[in-house]
Design a protein around this ligand. Structure first.
Ligand SMILES: [Zn+2]
Length: 169
């Protein structure tokens, strides 16, 4: 069961703000690896545990449906304060969103595709809010990239992961 849940998550933590890899090769033994992944219960296996749901059968509690794949840190975190900070609904959402994300990225490089590459000259001119380059998330600026903004008002040459209306235009 644990193997199925882990593989469905591609051994990547299902917490969308974590997504760390949980497997790596041992440096000292080619036969070994390091595994920091955990299969956590969405609702606890036993009475009094985090998010325990008395309406489930014993089989349902130990089913693949009731498990979410996380890294060791996130698995620890969701059970603190008896699980009060992480609801069943939230963990189910993490799991289904993560599985969709894995499906979308099968045979692709998910981490690479999220990085924007910016190059060339970006020249913005005007009045009001003027922004030369406006990007969100991880970015690589190619050598020689230029960002020029001029005018009157709120002038920004380069904005990275900034906030404001300009992001939605
Ligand atoms: Zn994590």
């Amino acid at each position: 069961m644990k193997e199925v849940i882990s593989k469905r998550a591609s051994f990547i933590c299902s917490n969308p703000s974590c997504r760390c890899l949980t497997l790596c090769p041992s440096e000292h033994d080619v036969e070994k690896f390091i595994n920091t992944g955990r299969v956590a219960h969405i609702t606890a296996a036993s009475l009094g545990g985090p998010r325990y749901d008395s309406s489930l059968t014993k089989e349902q509690r130990s089913s693949a449906e009731n498990g979410v794949f996380l890294c060791a840190v996130c698995a620890d975190k969701i059970d603190k304060n008896k699980g009060l900070d992480y609801s069943v609904e939230l963990l189910r959402k993490w799991k289904s969103d993560h599985e969709n994300w894995i499906k979308e990225n099968l045979n692709k490089s998910p981490f690479v595709s999220e990085i924007a590459i910016v190059d060339g000259t970006h020249h913005a001119k005007g009045t009001g809010e003027v922004t030369g380059i406006d990007v969100q998330g991880p970015v690589i600026f190619m050598p020689g990239t230029q960002s020029i903004a001029e005018g009157t008002g709120i002038i920004t040459a380069t904005r990275i992961s900034g906030k404001g209306d300009a992001m939605n235009k």
